[in-house]
Each structure stands twice: as structure tokens, then as C-alpha cells.
Design a protein around this ligand. Structure first.
Ligand code: ADP
Ligand code: MG
Length: 250
């Protein structure tokens, strides 16, 4: 038995001769918060696709809770306890915040009307808790469509957490968010770690700094280095890769 919740072992993904991932290795401990950074095209979304079962790697293995999940279908992997937050928010805009969460926490999937009639006290408590976690108490009864972009992202994170996954995959959650929303998103993910294992991909270095988590730097499909913000920033290979890029990547 390994101590890791998730292990990617020597993963390669070849798209028509081009290696998007090239012997990529990553290991996550239960409760860990891990940030993955890397230039555009480094393979970040591809490795999330491998974990969530959207892409089958050309070689390598994915171990989750000590078992290989290689080749399993996406919905089976989700049911095993891996939730994925895509880049753009996927909430039901014509339902309220509360209704969105009611759908997320409902165990057997029932039609919404039935669900609202028979809402168990336990589920109501859970919804209240989730609304508080993502600080949307004042928005509970407004339509998700009228939330700000950041609030939609938090609602979707709350919906995922409502399904109680062991592992949460979060792809670029702060693109298009205000600075304040970015800070709050970092604080939210930090507060969720411990109870959940969280893997977050992002470009925004202020956000990554605020996470105060170990960082994995991905470059051309492999791990360039791993460590704290300080270690990563001081790493020669990282400096070379980021040097000359127009954005302030530190
Ligand atoms: P990142 O998320 O780090 O920006 P991606 O994982 O999306 O990078 O992509 C890694 C590389 O693989 C890119 O060069 C991209 O063009 C290529 N790629 C991704 N998906 C496909 C695909 N379905 N077919 C061919 N090439 C792909
Ligand atoms: Mg990407």
C-alpha cells in the first residue's frame, strides 16, 4: 500500500507523434493542496484529462486509492471520488444558488420539484453549510445567472464539494476574476484542503503564492521541478523557461 491518494506513474500521451506528456510523474498525499504551474502548452490540461479519464495515456499508470484507474470511463472515475472543476463555470443559470446546491447534494438524482418537496433536513443543513463555506449567504435565493464570474466559480466549487470527492481537480479557477475574488478563491481552496485533496492549475502567481502550497512546475510534458514558491523561484531551469516571457511570471 502506498501512502499517496493519487499517483501518476510515467505517464506519456502522444498526439499523432507529439508528446503532450512525456514520462510525467506526480504523487499526492491525502489532504494535500498542490499547485501545478507551467507555460501554455506544457500539458497541464492533458494530465487532468488523464486523471479524469477523458484521455487514455499512451503509456504509464494512474493509481487512485491504491488501485489503477487506467482505462476506466469518466463517470466511473467521478464516482470513485474524483471531482473536476473546468475552467469556465458550469452552473445552472436559471436556478437559484440554493437550487443548484440542492441538485449537487441530492443522492439519488431526482427531478428538482420532487427534490424540493422532500428535502431532507440533513440535505438542507448541508446546503446551508456549503453556502457559508463559499460565502454566498446573501445570494442564496438569487439566480445563478446573475452572480459575478467569481461567485459562479465558487458556486461550482461548492457544488463539487457537495458531492464529497476525495480529490478535487481545479483548472485555472481565477482567470477573469478581480484581485479580491482571486484572493478569496485561494483562501477557499486552502480552507477545503485537509478534508479534501486538491490539485489546482493556475498561471496567476499571486494566487499561487497565496495558496502557500507545494508547487509542481510542468514543462514540455514533464516535471521541471517541485518545491515551495521560494525553491521554485530560485530554480535555474524554471528561470530559464520563464525568462523572456512577456507576462510577469516571476
Ligand atoms: P496546457 O493546459 O498546459 O496549456 P495542454 O495540456 O492543453 O496544455 O496541451 C499540451 C499540448 O498538447 C499542446 O501543445 C496542445 O496543442 C497539445 N494537444 C492537446 N490536446 C490535443 C489533441 N487532442 N490533439 C493534438 N494535440 C493536442
Ligand atoms: Mg490548459
Amino acid at each position: 500500500m502506498s501512502k499517496a491518494l493519487l499517483e501518476l506513474r510515467d505517464i506519456s500521451v502522444c498526439f499523432e507523434g507529439f508528446y503532450a506528456l512525456d514520462n510525467f510523474n506526480l504523487s499526492l498525499k491525502p489532504g494535500e493542496l498542490r499547485a501545478v504551474i507551467g507555460p501554455n502548452g506544457a500539458g497541464k490540461t492533458t494530465f487532468l484529462d488523464v486523471i479524469s479519464g477523458k484521455i487514455k495515456p499512451t503509456s504509464g499508470d494512474v493509481i487512485f486509492k491504491d488501485k489503477s484507474i487506467l482505462g476506466k470511463r469518466e463517470h466511473r472515475i467521478a464516482r470513485l471520488g474524483i471531482g473536476r472543476k473546468f475552467q469556465s463555470p458550469r452552473v445552472f443559470e436559471s436556478l437559484t444558488v440554493h437550487q443548484n446546491l440542492a441538485l449537487a447534494v441530492s443522492k439519488p438524482k431526482k427531478p428538482l420539484t420532487l427534490l424540493l418537496d422532500n428535502q431532507q433536513e440533513e440535505q438542507l443543513d448541508q446546503i446551508k453549510h456549503l453556502i457559508k463555506v463559499v460565502n454566498l449567504q446573501s445570494q442564496a435565493n438569487i439566480l445563478a445567472g446573475s452572480l459575478s464570474h467569481g461567485q459562479k466559480q465558487w458556486l461550482e466549487i461548492a457544488m463539487l464539494v457537495g458531492q464529497d470527492p476525495d480529490l478535487l481537480l481545479v483548472d485555472e479557477p481565477v482567470a477573469g476574476l478581480t484581485d479580491r475574488e482571486t484572493d478569496l478563491t485561494a483562501d477557499l481552496l486552502k480552507s477545503l484542503s485537509g478534508d479534501h485533496t486538491i490539485l489546482v492549475i493556475e498561471h496567476d502567481m499571486e494566487f499561487i503564492r497565496r495558496l502557500e502550497s507545494p508547487i509542481t512546475v510542468l514543462h514540455q510534458g514533464s516535471v521541471l521541478c517541485e518545491g515551495s514558491m521560494q525553491e521554485v523561484k530560485a530554480n535555474k531551469k524554471v528561470i530559464e523557461v520563464y525568462l523572456g516571457q512577456s507576462e510577469d511570471k516571476e
